[in-house]
Design a protein around this ligand. Sequence first.
Ligand SMILES: NC(=O)c1ccc[n+]([C@@H]2O[C@H](COP(=O)([O-])OP(=O)(O)OC[C@H]3O[C@@H](n4cnc5c(N)ncnc54)[C@H](O)[C@@H]3O)[C@@H](O)[C@H]2O)c1
Length: 248
Amino acid sequence: MTQLRGQAAVITGAGGGIGRAIALAFAGEGASIAALDIDEGRARETAEMAGGNSRGYGCDVSKRAAVIAAVDDFAANAGGLDILVNNAVFFHYAPLVEMTEALVDKMLDVGVKGAFWASQAATPHLIARGGGLVLNLSSVAVSFSVKNAAVYTSIKGALDAFTRQQAAELGPHRIRVNALAPGPVSTPGANSVITPEGWEARRARTPLKRIATAEEIGAAAVFLASRAGQCITGVTLKIDGGITIAGP
Ligand SMILES: NC(=O)c1ccc[n+]([C@@H]2O[C@H](COP(=O)([O-])OP(=O)(O)OC[C@H]3O[C@@H](n4cnc5c(N)ncnc54)[C@H](O)[C@@H]3O)[C@@H](O)[C@H]2O)c1
């Protein structure tokens, strides 16, 4: 359990769900983590669970200056930065015609611009370290239609494109940029938009006949951050029980 010993990682939206699971998986491998979340109490709770020199920050990722301040503070305290995980999201599912401007702005500000700001904040630290990893949370929802999810799937598609773009741009600095595309995972956010019938339909459609856990997404993040992942960049790794290759 020492694959990430001595490394420092920032995870956005780490106050719960997949972000917390990734933070705890990294900490379990010896990393110090910064949990950034709009809910400061939950961010601090994740940092306490992670232990060591981990820190929790109340930080709205849509606010550029706040993200830069939190990342700089953590890197100064940790003696540098090795990993950024762009995980924060604000979910709302509805037919596009019912989406208000305020809702669309909030989803884009958190889900897309938040990743831009955190990447801007982290990149100088990763370059100073001589390399590192940026991991963006995409979704299998990019690969097929999901009812009422036009804005959400567009955001995740944007992060896939951003991943490939940044992988090429930052590769010469030995910074790897990858994405994880989970299938459905039971989290507070997912449970707010998927009904019990929706979960059962997803499970039934999945070739492995089960839904991935947040801990399994954390394990995939560890793989990409570990020595085993050192020549992998520009990919979107699906962790979906095969749901995207299931036939109609
Ligand atoms: N759960 C799934 O089924 C699933 C599937 C595919 C991809 N994903 C992706 O995984 C990531 C995590 O999803 P989740 O299901 O754990 O979500 P979640 O809603 O359960 O957790 C999101 C976290 O982000 C935080 N957050 C919200 N707005 C924020 C802001 N402005 N600034 C900082 N933090 C903010 C929330 O407080 C929360 O702790 C997302 O990028 C999501 O798109 C999830």
